[in-house]
Design a protein around this ligand. Structure first.
Ligand code: LCS
Length: 403
């Protein structure tokens, strides 16, 4: 968009793309090419030397992918962005960029299971240690920062416990000490939360989730508050490790982004109703949903999120068997990992997304055997409720067998 910044709903549709530069094509073309031809040998040399702007090879940049990178940069209010083949590729790129052997990473008290796996791998192979802490008390955060703390890595809301981290507070401390902060913003999408505005330096997304929104693509995005740093990552971690996004996947994500605002509004609306229903269900012990006033960090949710998102976790009364039985009785709601799709999905973190986390760490994070995570979809909320209700009723059946 040439005439300055528009509102997010508009930026999701227009930002980073000028149809006049693409034969008037309303939709961005898919530049399905591995390489780009140079008009002569001198031009090739100039591009490699960085003396002339232009594409070289799709691992180093591709026009369709670049439109997506520019669009997400605008949505997160950053200076630059990079697209990757998965969310994990984006997470690992930012960590590899920020750390060296012997460093320390301070993390929120819980992260997605594979991020946990990556942190363990960094420790085993490269002696990069990490600590998970509940980032609620300023003093505790300050005391947990070490001489060798190279970065603070945060999920908020945390997958799957829905615990929140006060971004303003953590970033203030980190900025003061010059420690970069990276925030995984997957659960919110840029529509509900923009961590850079609180002083974070990097934002990562599993674009597989709300940004794609249709369960048909795996991708990751990394946005930075410094174009210089993003370019450095492009020319190091991304170029050399090579976890790039394909032009077709970028195109799918550009298509997904066009409807992000309307989808998120509906996800949030549905989740609010389902959370209320679950809160009143006597087979449910606890509901973890940032929009519940009883959520311990409700004020943080109100301060840093524009709405409460489409994810709800809850503890079911009973045992792991009850949790499994409940899932198996669902008929419309699908049992699947991933989230942010049109379909309502349910999963059992202890045996699925977080099964890689050893029991002791899992319990410290609050991921126990009776915790279920629901990604509320775009269906009629009444149908979601009815499906949950009939599955809860089947549990009653088990509790009171006919004699
Ligand atoms: N960050 C968060 C918060 C995630 O939830 C995930 C995936 C990732 C990063 C990694 O993204 P990916 O490489 O899969 O694109 N979360 C999943 C989940 O909760 N269920 O299945 C995948």
């Amino acid at each position: 968009m040439s005439k300055g910044k528009k509102r997010p709903e508009t930026e999701m549709i227009h930002s980073g793309y000028n149809s006049a530069e693409h034969l008037g094509s309303l939709t961005p073309p898919i530049y399905q090419t591995s390489t780009f031809t140079f008009s002569n040998a001198e031009q090739g040399a100039e591009r490699f030397a960085g003396e002339e702007e232009g594409y070289i090879y799709s691992r180093l940049g591709n026009p369709t992918v670049r439109i997506l990178e520019d669009r997400i940069t605008a949505l997160e209010n950053g200076e630059g962005a990079l697209a990757f083949g998965s969310g994990m590729a984006a997470v690992s790129a930012v960590l590899f960029h920020l750390i060296q052997s012997g460093d320390h990473i301070l993390c929120s008290r819980g992260v997605y299971g594979c991020t946990f796996g990556l942190l363990e791998m960094l420790e085993e192979k490269f002696q990069v240690e990490h600590d998970f802490i509940k980032m609620s008390e300023e003093e505790h955060i300050r005391n947990s920062i070490k001489e060798n703390t190279a970065c603070i890595y945060i999920e908020t809301p945390i997958n799957p416990t829905m615990e929140l981290v006060d971004l303003k507070m953590v970033c203030r401390i980190a900025n003061e000490l010059n420690i970069p902060v990276a925030v995984d913003n997957t659960f919110c999408s840029p529509y509900l939360q923009q961590p850079l505005q609180y002083g974070a330096n990097y934002v990562v997304h599993s674009a597989t989730k709300y940004i794609g929104g249709h369960g048909d693509v795996v991708g990751g995005l990394l946005i930075g508050d410094s174009l210089e740093q993003i370019n450095a990552i492009r020319m190091t971690t991304q170029k050399d490790i090579g976890g790039i996004m394909s032009p077709f996947d970028a195109w799918l994500l550009l298509r997904g982004l066009k409807t992000l605002a309307v989808r998120m509004d509906r996800h949030c609306e549905n989740a609010e109703k389902i959370a209320r229903y679950l809160t009143g269900q006597d087979k449910v012990k606890t509901v973890y949903y940032p929009g519940n006033q009883s959520h311990p960090q409700y004020p943080i949710a109100k301060a840093q999120m524009t709405n409460y998102g489409g994810l709800i976790s809850f503890q079911i009364e009973g045992t792991i068997e009850t949790a499994r039985h409940f899932m198996n009785e669902l008929s419309m709601v699908k049992i699947a990992v991933s989230l942010g799709d049109a379909e309502t999905l349910i999963q059992h973190p202890a045996s699925m997304t977080h099964s890689i986390v050893p029991l002791e760490s899992r319990e410290k994070m609050g991921v126990n055997d009776t915790l279920l995570r629901l990604s509320v979809g775009l269906e009629a909320w009444e149908d979601i409720c009815e499906d949950l209700e009939q599955a809860f009723q089947k549990l009653n059946h088990i509790a009171l067998p006919a004699t």
